[in-house]
Write a protein that binds this ligand. Structure first.
Ligand SMILES: N[C@@H](CCC(=O)N[C@@H](CS)C(=O)NCC(=O)O)C(=O)O
Length: 225
């Protein structure tokens, strides 16, 4: 069982085929298959967005080039460039794409009750779940959970559990970007062994996620078989 992002990278290096190249378009996706870019790649596949796939090998230092830093000063992948719009951060890219293609129904209307719930599913993974588990995986816990935005392990696990839908998807019957971001984080939490004992509810939701054709087209086979 993988326990770290580094393990994930080497694992994918051995296992994952590169995703299918797509026709050139105004949308450029800077990514690497062994990175969080797998999630944005999945989102692009869900929406069937024509785009140019630009592989940036961060382990070879390509994120440090002046050209790439001019696009993303954090020197991280993924980055999405759509004409003049530059979008970084996995959840932001998924949210941007969902809004850009409203006809696909991947985001509830702004101002609706569901939109509030949707934002929660988009923001909790990167702001709360990931920092807690990244530190936990290397044996670090914040000395003061009241001032750490992610609190502590038991609060994060309880939150993940309570946000996981018992049936269907995060917002009900319709699969949305909330499932790509939140469901993707639960999937990674299981794959990396961050969640030591995933509950039956979390396991069942992640199984549903792994059934999606777009997930399967963008993830290594061993993740879902
Ligand atoms: N918060 C960012 C994190 C992106 C990130 O950490 N990407 C890693 C690969 S998974 C990276 O590009 N690392 C290269 C580096 O930091 O030099 C997101 O969600 O997109």
């Amino acid at each position: 069982m993988l326990t770290s992002l580094r393990g994930f990278r080497y694992y994918l290096l051995l296992q994952s085929p590169l995703t299918h190249p797509r026709e050139a378009s105004n949308v450029k996706h800077y990514f690497h298959p062994m990175s969080r870019g797998a999630t944005t790649n999945w989102m692009l596949e869900e929406l069937d967005v024509p785009h140019e796939q630009i592989v940036i090998d961060f382990s070879a230092g390509e994120t440090n080039s002046p050209e790439y830093r001019a696009i993303n000063p954090m020197g991280k992948v993924p980055t999405l460039v759509d004409g003049d719009a530059v979008v970084t951060e996995t959840a932001a890219i998924c949210a941007y794409l969902a809004d850009k293609f409203p006809e696909k129904g991947f985001a509830p209307p702004p101002g609706s009750t569901d939109r509030g719930r949707y934002y929660r599913y988009l923001f909790v993974p990167g702001i709360t779940i990931e920092p807690l588990f990244s530190l936990n995986a290397i044996g670090i816990s914040h000395p003061n959970p009241q001032s750490a935005g992610w609190g502590d392990l038991s609060r994060v696990v309880d939150t993940m559990e309570s946000m996981t839908p018992e049936v269907g998807w995060a917002l009900g019957d319709r699969f949305t970007a909330a499932d790509v971001v939140f469901g993707g984080m639960l999937d990674i939490s299981i794959q990396f062994g961050w969640l030591e004992k995933p509950s039956p509810r979390i396991k069942a939701y992640v199984e549903r996620i792994r059934e999606r054709p777009a997930y399967r087209a963008t993830h290594p086979e061993s993740w879902y078989q």
